[in-house]
Write a protein that binds this ligand. Sequence first.
Ligand SMILES: Nc1ncnc2c1ncn2[C@@H]1O[C@H](COP(=O)(O)OP(=O)(O)OP(=O)(O)O)[C@@H](O)[C@H]1O
Ligand SMILES: Nc1ccn([C@@H]2O[C@H](COP(=O)(O)O)[C@@H](O)[C@H]2O)c(=O)n1
Length: 228
Amino acid sequence: MTKETGAGVIAVDGPAGAGKSTVARRLAAELGFLYLDTGAMYRALALKALHEGVDLRDEAALASLLSDTTIDLYPAPEGRVRVIVDGADVTDHLRSPEVNASVALVAGFASVRSEMVSRQRDMARQGAVVMDGRDIGTFVLPDAEVKFFLTASLEARSERRCQELTRLGYDVSLERIREEIQHRDLLDSSRPYAPLAMAEDAVLIDTTHMEVNEVVARMLAICRHRLG
Ligand SMILES: Nc1ncnc2c1ncn2[C@@H]1O[C@H](COP(=O)(O)OP(=O)(O)OP(=O)(O)O)[C@@H](O)[C@H]1O
Ligand SMILES: Nc1ccn([C@@H]2O[C@H](COP(=O)(O)O)[C@@H](O)[C@H]2O)c(=O)n1
């Protein structure tokens, strides 16, 4: 049991393309937990801001937009998540190159993060959740019973993301993806408010040379040992 949440809260942090979402939803399914993708919440706000022509450098405008936006995460088959914004399903639009290029800017503002963190803590209050992002183990849910920090080489993360976007039908180059990931990593780790960071009590897993099943198996064994 944790101060701010019920029993069974697992945090999964790490940089872009490390494999967080893929393994976190598999882990949640194996444990019968709810999977909460906090990155999808920031992506949803960036998508709405792009759609409504809001200046992505205007913190007040973005904070006001968020205060007038509902973002709901619903479980979907295979542990996936449907993202509903103001009642509309936007899931399939959250990983476009435009959103990828904008989300870290939107997520960098303290007033945006403060509201997002408040909503994320509310989502975790009942416990039995696996929550992934950049600041979960260090800031959003510091009392989580189990914390993981996934990483991988820039090359591996770039190749994975490039293959993923190509499969989704986007016309992207490995070089452009590498640059986007490097830029997003810099923004995510250098922001003053709740930056990308590894919690001191997190288990570090470098997935560069690991298969998805191997990563999930290792995390599941640790969770079952820690949670009993
Ligand atoms: N261990 C792995 N080996 C090979 N491919 C992987 C591995 N883990 C994840 N992938 C693939 O890499 C891509 C990115 O994975 P995923 O979206 O889970 O990363 P992420 O850390 O959540 O990234 P982001 O934070 O940008 O959402 C996906 O296509 C996924 O299938
Ligand atoms: N807890 C979080 C989660 C995400 N972000 C920002 O959103 C971007 C997209 O996240 P993905 O996991 O979907 O790639 C990410 O690069 C961060 O800029 C965040 O700030 N905090």
